[in-house]
Design a protein around this ligand. Structure first.
Ligand code: HEM
Length: 213
């Protein structure tokens, strides 16, 4: 394996590990556990919220599991049809998960700060996938790649959230969940988006030949 490919290992590991995490909600009774312990009985029994929650976590998981494979140049060059098929699954998953995510954000634990943080993320997640999809329909490959980098950086918020959360909760707030969760509803994705912009800039610089002196 080439040295430059090494960062792919943690990248793929976290995408797969967190992408599979929603299965917990299928195979264990989550009532009174984790995030659900902060929800009222009425909300947990609300059919619309319950359905939106499962749509969100199921398709969010699929997006996380499939998305990272799409950045491999090798796969794109050798198996273009596979790239297209996985791409369509990814786009559909992000659309469904973001719409459902926006709805459940209205009832987020942590109140208005989390509703705004996760709600804004859901809107930008949806917007960037639309831009990525419409640019490939216009055969604008560079813009398609750029919007997909932004979009997957947002999908990756599910990973960064779960890395930062214990650090804030136990490292900073002495076990208190809510203050960290309010910060995380923004911190999980704003830096990701900034890193995506840096990656895009770097790519533009390497694509544009430097002027001849
Ligand atoms: C990137 C856009 C995303 C947005 C806007 C978003 C939004 C939300 C919101 C609002 C909640 C409920 C929070 C609450 O009620 O306090 C939530 C929970 C959850 N989300 Fe997402 N999410 C996103 C990405 C993902 C992805 C990619 C996955 C895939 C693993 C995912 C999996 C989950 C799970 C499993 C929960 C339940 C909470 C837990 O047990 O940790 N989300 N999300």
């Amino acid at each position: 394996m080439k040295l430059k490919n090494l960062p792919w290992i943690p990248f793929a590991f976290f995408a797969i590990a967190i992408g599979l995490y929603p299965l917990v909600y299928y195979f264990t009774d989550m009532h009174g556990k984790g995030l659900w312990s902060s929800k009222t009985k009425e909300l947990l029994e609300n059919v619309v919220w319950h359905t939106a929650f499962y749509i969100h976590i199921t398709f969010g998981g699929i997006a996380l599991l499939t998305g990272w494979t799409q950045f491999s140049k090798n796969l794109r060059n050798r198996y273009l049809n596979t790239h297209r098929t996985i791409g369509k699954i990814y786009v559909g998953s992000v659309m469904l998960s973001s719409i459902a995510g926006f709805y459940i954000a209205l009832f987020a634990t942590g109140g208005i700060a989390c509703t705004l943080g996760f709600g804004t993320l859901a809107v930008i997640w949806f917007y960037t996938i639309m831009r990525a999809y419409t640019s490939i329909l216009k055969r604008d490959i560079k813009q398609h790649e750029n919007w997909m980098i932004r979009n997957y950086a947002l999908t990756f918020a599910a990973v960064t959230l779960r890395i930062y959360m214990p650090l804030l909760q136990f490292g900073v707030f002495h076990g208190d969940f809510l203050p960290g969760y309010r910060i995380i509803s923004w911190l999980s994705w704003v830096p990701n988006l900034l890193i995506a912009e840096l990656i895009i800039r770097k790519r533009v610089q390497t694509l544009v030949p430097s002027p001849v002196k």
